[in-house]
Design a protein around this ligand. Structure first.
Ligand code: PLP
Length: 411
């Protein structure tokens, strides 16, 4: 038999959200007459924008016509989309260092997060926020960079603890970190970062020769002034950071699939023989070898997000989800939970403060109020005792779920 990658033996049996889905399905089959409102998974619920739909219709018609047909496209993404991203997400926001040549379009952020592991050394010491989006840790395990599990932590990872004491903004690591995954606005805590705080990380990366992988999948939810949307707002970040973005939460592309990663040409790495190389060159080589480009139809749809109409729709959709998050945060606070996030992010992070573990709180809320949450412990040891709720629902469902909670409490 073929020898397989032993690292899979180390991973938890199932991915966090599959486990939540399994438990919700089991509850539904045991309680067929009870309605469960999903407040757990970070999946959008509103349909694609009309501008996106009509751009895609047109793209499909092109593919159906002998004269206008497109086959393989550029692995890096079509110029029409890379140019629009450079113009609207960077240049017009004063981030003039980022150009189309730095931008690589993909089928979404999750694949890029994992695939980036191909371009940095196996020996790199990886730092992750605790709690964190589980993909950073699980990818590090699969690639053999995480070590072995010991009391809920991986022996080779550096953990950047986030809790109410530090406002969910981790301290710089004491031990030298080579690759640092930062995510702001954060999944799961929903907290965002201001310029002065992020500047410390960029300075750290310069001083230590580290690479920051900045996941800003939720940048479109930022509302407060002074809060970072792109790491390139910090001077010198284009020499130390890769930024990951997605149309998933911004424009409802979770099913359609399109995202992009910025690998600035100024960002350099070094081979073990001392030769320098631009990470942009490596990522380009990686993508042209292992990826054949995102779908033409999806890229046409994504380019419509940058039309005046599309940009208004992004604002409207993200405002809507933020409105839900605010309802959730208010209701949880009313019943005595401590709730965080939800102001520049669709996520609310909450704890009952009773010391009960996350799966117990998850089970109680499901049983007593008929809505599902994501247990915080699934995001790391520092998530124990917390649950994550999402604003990605209809206003009606959000209000109904939260009313159940409040009514019950004060009856
Ligand atoms: C922090 C973060 N990064 C990346 C992703 C994945 O996004 P995509 O749908 O583009 O793969 C998610 C999805 O939930 C996320 O929460």
């Amino acid at each position: 038999m073929i020898k397989v990658n032993n690292n899979f033996q180390l991973l938890p049996v199932s991915y966090l959200f599959s486990e939540v889905g399994r438990k919700v399905a089991a509850f539904r089959s045991e309680n067929p007459d009870r309605e469960v409102i999903r407040m757990d998974i970070g999946d959008v619920t509103r349909p694609l924008f009309p501008s996106v739909i009509s751009a895609m219709h047109e793209a499909v018609d092109e593919l159906g016509s002998a004269e206008r047909f497109h086959g393989y496209g550029p692995e890096q993404g079509y110029a029409f989309l890379r140019d629009a991203i450079a113009e609207f997400d960077y240049y017009q926001r004063g981030l003039v260092n980022i150009e189309a040549a730095d931008i690589f379009v993909s089928d979404g952020a999750k694949s890029d997060i994992g695939n980036l592991g191909d371009i940095y050394s196996r020996e790199c010491k990886v730092a992750v926020m605790n709690p964190a989006y589980p993909v950073y840790v699980d990818d590090s395990v699969i690639d053999g960079r995480a070590g072995i599990p010991e009391n809920g932590l991986w022996s080779n990872l550096i953990y950047l603890d986030c809790d109410p004491e530090n406002n969910f903004l981790p301290s710089l690591p004491v031990e030298k970190a080579d690759v640092i995954f930062l995510c702001f606005p954060n999944n799961p805590t929903g907290e965002a970062i201001k310029h002065d705080e992020l500047k410390k990380w960029v300075e750290y990366a310069h001083a230590n020769g580290s690479l920051i992988i900045f996941d800003s999948a939720y940048e479109a939810f930022v509302r407060q002034p002074g809060v970072v949307r792109s790491i390139y707002e910090i001077e010198g970040a284009d020499e130390v950071a890769i930024e990951i973005r997605s149309f998933s939460k911004t424009a409802g592309f979770t099913g359609l699939r399109c995202g992009y990663t910025v690998v600035p040409r100024n960002l350099k790495g070094v081979y073990s023989d001392g030769a320098e190389v631009a990470l942009n060159t490596l990522w380009n080589r990686r993508q042209t070898t292992k990826f054949n480009g995102a779908s033409y139809v999806a890229q046409k749809g994504a380019s419509a997000v940058y039309t005046p109409e599309g940009r208004e729709d992004v604002k409207r959709a993200t405002d809507y989800y933020l409105g839900n998050a605010s309802i959730i945060r208010k209701a949880l606070t009313e019943i005595g939970f401590k709730a965080f996030g939800g102001e520049n992010s669709p996520y609310v992070w909450a704890t009952s403060g009773t010391g009960e573990d996350s799966w117990k709180v998850f089970g109680d809320l499901l049983q007593n109020y008929g809505f599902s949450t994501t247990p915080g412990s699934g995001f790391g040891s520092k998530g124990e005792g917390y649950i994550r709720l999402t604003g990605f629902n209809s206003r009606e469902n959000t209000e109904r779920a939260m009313e159940r909670l409040i009514k019950e409490k004060f009856q």
